[in-house]
Design a protein around this ligand. Sequence first.
Ligand code: AR6
Length: 221
Amino acid sequence: MGEKTPDHLPDRRMKQDCSGYHERISETSASAEAGRMLRSQEPMKKESTVSVEQGDITALDCECIVNAANKSLLGGGGVDGAIHRAAGPELLKECRTLGGCETGKAKITRGYHLPAEWVIHTVGPIYSGKEKDAELLADCYRNSLELAKGYSIHRIAFPAISTGVYGYPLKEAAAVALSAVRNWLDDNRDYFMEVIFCCFNQQAYDIYQSGIAESRTRKGV
Ligand code: AR6
């Protein structure tokens, strides 16, 4: 990995900005924050957000996208294949220098020809039905967010890791993903992060959307 020079990256933001057709819901509570600010007279902090969008993650104009890779980090099918195709051969070249990645861990590269400046590659568990699956899947989200924070990234999009070739049931995986992200945001209240769950199809979108709505109801916001 070279030096972090995001300011000197070529302008890739001319690619498609998908915000026009991606639906979004958010669990942020700006009005609650405004109320707190008035009461405490403290300056208003930007609240982290969690949202869900439907579409192709390779088209997202987002600072960082996450790849559901395999341990070799040398590409594959599904979202991994799509990311490598869209990023171009430079991505594979950089991935070759990384020495692979263990399940649950994460590594970072440039985004090359993607609209995203950065790609975080994480390796989800192959679903086995054992307890360890959820721990490893949560590690993917936690370690990706931690790595992103280390690179001062503030906007990150995740695919539904492990729910394709690796066979993790979507509903279970979404619950793990949402809770891992929420826990990380709770532990990092001093750091603003915009988290997007990018769902490839309607079924995944609906599952994530209801998961977020449920947590909003629980929190009463
Ligand atoms: N944008 C967003 N989500 C996508 C896209 C896309 N372009 N394409 C697929 N998905 P998978 P895994 C969704 O199989 O289960 C690869 O070969 C898809 O609908 O890509 O973690 C790797 O090299 C599904 O919900 O990843 C590994 O060998 C989710 O992304 C293995 O697959 C994940 O499906 C990893 O398997």
